[in-house]
Unconditional design. Structure first.
Length: 109
């Protein structure tokens, strides 16, 4: 069995509480913020939240804002549109089991 790839530099920095090294790593690699740092698939953002320290989380979030420059035109999907109220449509998340059952024909004898 294989294991998830993890980012060694930010992992070691996080485990030793070296936020400066972790932040330095991500400043040049914005897209790495979405990659797992631990074997349980936690990202640097998860670890910053677990630390209960505001500064590392805020600094990582500032770096995350730079993703707009890396992926132009796609960043609007990362930030909710504040002009329209956000509503989650639960129905769109629930599979339509009734229609699937109706489409299934009974086996022929």
């Amino acid at each position: 069995m294989g294991s998830l790839p993890i980012l060694e530099i930010p992992y070691r920095a996080a485990m030793s509480g070296d936020w400066k090294s972790m932040l330095h790593h991500y400043q040049g690699r914005v897209l790495d913020l979405t990659l797992p740092v631990t074997l349980s698939a936690d990202t640097a953002l998860h670890i910053a939240v677990y630390s209960k320290q505001e500064q590392p989380l805020n600094e990582l979030l500032e770096i995350l804002k730079d993703i707009e420059f890396v992926v132009p035109g796609e960043a609007e999907f990362l930030v909710p549109d504040e002009t329209e109220p956000f509503e989650l449509e639960i129905e769109s998340l629930v599979p339509e089991t009734e229609s699937r059952v109706a489409e299934t024909e009974p086996p022929s004898s």
